[in-house]
Design a protein around this ligand. Structure first.
Ligand code: AMP
Length: 409
């Protein structure tokens, strides 16, 4: 048995939010999880969950530092306590979204890592600024006491070949400006495809469908990513809650020239006012769009149809990188909870031999299950995602190897 503590604190920093989870790694069991929201606003909110007991607290948090100070106090004091002292926490694992091509493995947070993330700010401004702010706030709260590790979301996509990640632009745009497809949702795609390999190792050619407010597909061959739909930024690929996904690039200069909108204004609309929301005019939440479509709202119906059509079309497209298709996985908010959407997508793929079992599919919400009919030539699965566990596993592995801890026990 190792002498190293087995608790890892996982941090996922957003621009005005901070998700945290304390995980006991021997059993991979979550001890504490929570979210700080409305950071930087007059009044913030913390939801803190200790083994099912929940605290909801309204408290101002001027910035991520203030949020971390509160989390630290709650972790070690009073009824909310999760550890007797901070040295019980073996490491802090940060989910870092965009580290460019340099970091393919989890890595200790050093000045080099911060510089690499800073360099990628123009490509992922909101995510990378938030990650840096999370590092600094955690350093201030926990000092040198606890090692900090960055686990990069785009690392899983680093195994793509150039044919899958290069855009047909002048090659110098790649070498000089780092313009390429990076891919996102890597921790989620990795978790669900690794889980399927544990359950059914015979499925070699797998497409993971992360369908949430953000949505992307990932083609995985023998456990390695060979293609994904998000691109230079998380705007690319399939249609999403508020993002448009891939569109004809000429639309952007056309809009600039005809309306006088700036590139930034168009970028904002493509990211925040498009997708399900922009098309339906109702909501970015699929449940609202489905309800409106059921009442005969034409725009909501178009939004729904396009969501199904683009998801199915891109599933078909990425089968090229796999040379066939053995299994499809549905995950994230929509993929885990919406049988209707799963069925509509699978029904558009019948020519690949994809056959869903309606009865089982209708019963499955947020739990691991095979939903393929016995006649289906392709496996179809619902696997709830667990991005935090991927970050915790990588963090723990790195820290154990740094400390010379026996990785086999
Ligand atoms: P995520 O980004 O993974 O949290 O997913 C959020 C999205 O999942 C929401 O915007 C909804 O569109 C969708 N969602 C969550 N629960 C359900 C549900 N029960 N039925 C349909 N869609 C759902």
């Amino acid at each position: 048995m190792s002498s190293l503590s087995s608790k890892i604190l996982v941090i996922n920093t957003g621009s005005s939010s901070l998700k945290f989870q304390l995980i006991e790694m021997y059993e991979e069991r979550s001890i504490i999880r929570g979210t700080c929201e409305r950071i930087g606003e007059e009044m913030g909110h913390i939801e803190y969950n200790k083994k099912g007991r929940i605290w909801n607290i309204d408290v101002p948090m001027a910035d991520h530092r203030a949020a971390f100070a509160i989390i630290k106090k709650m972790l070690i004091e009073g009824e909310t306590r999760g550890v007797k002292s901070l040295d019980e926490i073996a490491g802090i694992g940060h989910r870092a979204v965009q580290g460019g091509e340099k970091y393919v493995e989890a890595t200790l947070v050093t000045q080099d890592v911060k510089d690499a993330i800073t360099e990628m700010i123009p490509i992922a401004p909101i995510h990378n600024r938030a990650t840096l702010s999370g590092f600094e706030a955690a350093e201030e709260a926990f000092g040198d006491l606890i090692p900090q590790v960055a686990v990069f979301d785009n690392a899983f996509h680093n195994t793509m070949k150039p044919e899958a990640y290069i855009y047909a632009l002048p090659y110098e745009f790649y070498t000089d400006y780092k313009i390429r497809k990076y891919g996102y949702h890597g921790a989620s795609h990795r978790y669900v495809t690794e889980r399927l390999r544990e359950l059914y190792p015979a499925y070699r050619r797998v497409i993971s469908c992360h369908l949430g407010n953000g949505a992307s597909l990932c083609a995985v061959l023998d456990g390695k990513c060979v293609d994904t739909t998000m691109g230079l930024t998380p705007l690319g690929g399939i249609m999403m809650g508020t993002r448009c996904g891939n569109i004809d690039p000429a639309i952007i200069p056309y809009l600039q020239n005809t309306t006088g909108m700036t590139a930034d204004e168009i970028d904002y609309i493509m990211n925040n006012k498009s997708g399900l929301l922009g098309l339906s005019g109702v909501s970015s939440d699929l449940r609202d769009v489905e309800a409106a479509a059921a009442e005969g709202n034409y725009r909501a119906q178009i939004a729904l149809d396009l969501f199904v059509y683009t998801a199915a079309t891109y599933i078909a497209a990425v089968t090229v990188s796999l040379g066939g298709l053995d299994a499809i996985i549905f995950t994230a908010g929509i993929g885990e909870n919406d049988p209707g959407m799963r069925k509509m997508i699978c029904d558009r793929l019948k020519h690949f031999g994809v056959e869903i079992d309606d009865k089982i599919n209708n019963e499955v919400r947020r739990r691991e299950c095979s939903i393929a009919s016995l006649d289906s030539k392709v496996g179809i699965f619902v696997i709830p995602t667990n991005e935090e566990l991927v970050v915790a596993r990588d963090t723990y592995k790195l820290i154990r190897s740094m400390k010379g801890d026996d990785l086999d026990d």
